[in-house]
Design a protein around this ligand. Structure first.
Ligand SMILES: C[S@@+](CC[C@H](N)C(=O)[O-])C[C@H]1O[C@@H](n2cnc3c(N)ncnc32)[C@H](O)[C@@H]1O
Length: 198
């Protein structure tokens, strides 16, 4: 699902960009064991492109392939990332336009909770990761989506949501292991973690 006007404003502002560049980058660098030096990274649901900047500039990736369902987000990302090692397109995480087992790392900056069939998104991410490849994720649990603020101000699928344990269990069903050690941040609004494809 695309963002509504409220969440678009909450996501696309300098404060959130600074948070991603500094705090979230630190969480992901730690979870990745020091960074993603020299890797090819796929970012799912890239929004306006701040995540791709973080992946290149803070985590040290070689290049990023990134897509988003929302064409207007991809247009903003194109402007932001002109001249960078980033390949952008419009796309759906439930049907990723990449061959199987070709990607070193997938990064999910908070998009899977927007996807009605989130289990299909996990299956697709597992399909494109190479054996030994890494998934880094930051996600919003059902408990948050069920709060008054989220239900009133944002637009998310209402049914078939997940908590951190259910998310980790679904990853494990697709041979993505190690996600049990997730961290909770921002007062439980998000959980972050890493899982490796066996
Ligand atoms: C909460 S925003 C996060 C955007 C960006 N990752 C960030 O951290 O700023 C969720 C993003 O997921 C995208 N999205 C939602 N469903 C998607 C899908 N099925 N496939 C790809 N992107 C999707 C939305 O268009 C939106 O840009």
């Amino acid at each position: 699902m695309k963002l509504n006007a409220f969440e678009r404003a909450a996501m696309n502002n300098p404060l959130r960009a600074a948070h991603q560049h500094h705090r979230e980058a630190r969480w992901l660098r730690r979870l990745a064991g020091g960074g993603l030096s020299g890797q090819q990274v796929l970012e799912v649901g890239c929004g306006r492109g701040i995540g791709a900047e973080v992946i290149l500039d803070r985590l040290g990736a070689r290049n990023v392939i990134a897509f988003d369902l929302d064409e207007s987000m991809v247009d903003s990302a194109r402007k932001r990332l002109r001249g960078r090692q980033v390949q952008l397109s419009v796309g759906d995480v439930c049907d990723i336009a990449q061959p199987a087992a070709g990607v070193d790392t997938v990064v999910d900056f908070g998009i899977i909770h927007h996807v009605p069939d989130w289990q299909q998104a996990v299956a697709e991410i597992a399909r494109v990761l190479r054996p030994g490849g890494l998934l880094l994720f930051e996600e919003v649990p059902r408990q948050m989506l069920d709060t008054w603020a989220f239900r009133t101000l944002t637009a998310h699928p209402r049914e078939n949501r997940f908590d951190a344990e259910e998310f980790a269990a679904e990853l494990a069903r697709h041979d993505l292991h190690g996600a049990g050690g997730f961290e909770r941040h921002l007062g439980g609004m998000v959980f972050v973690g890493a899982a490796r494809k066996t």
